[in-house]
Write a protein that binds this ligand. Sequence first.
Ligand code: THU
Length: 138
Amino acid sequence: MISTMTPTLLDELHELAAQAAQNAYAPYSGFRVGAALRLSSGEIVTGTNVENVSYGLTICAERSALVRAVSQSGPEIRIDAVAVANLNGQPSPPCGACRQMLAEFILPEAPVRFPAAEGMRTMAFREMLPLGFELKLR
Ligand code: THU
């Protein structure tokens, strides 16, 4: 929740995302991204973008972190904060595909901190994906 997540914690999460971006594999775009997810357990999981010569196979930093988190800690995880960083000094909010993937595991009020045109910006996840796809199974 934004109210319980101090700016310091989000800054630390952003720093971990920036460190993760050092491991980016981005020979095609040169755009090096890192993401850090904080789970309700307190665990922090990072990821980076991994590109492919078949460009469409590229995975973003946010989704790398997400699949790592589920692989490590299982399907019951809940994400309570996200930070994104890039080493290019550019805005990089999570892309639409990453938002839809995050929606599966993230708390609606979780703060998402990312580089924006005006500097670092933080917003609640529910504001980022107001009409995400949902499937109500019978
Ligand atoms: N990228 C991310 O890692 N996260 C996003 O949310 C958007 C884009 C990566 C994918 C690709 O390797 C590079 O940035 C340029 O699109």
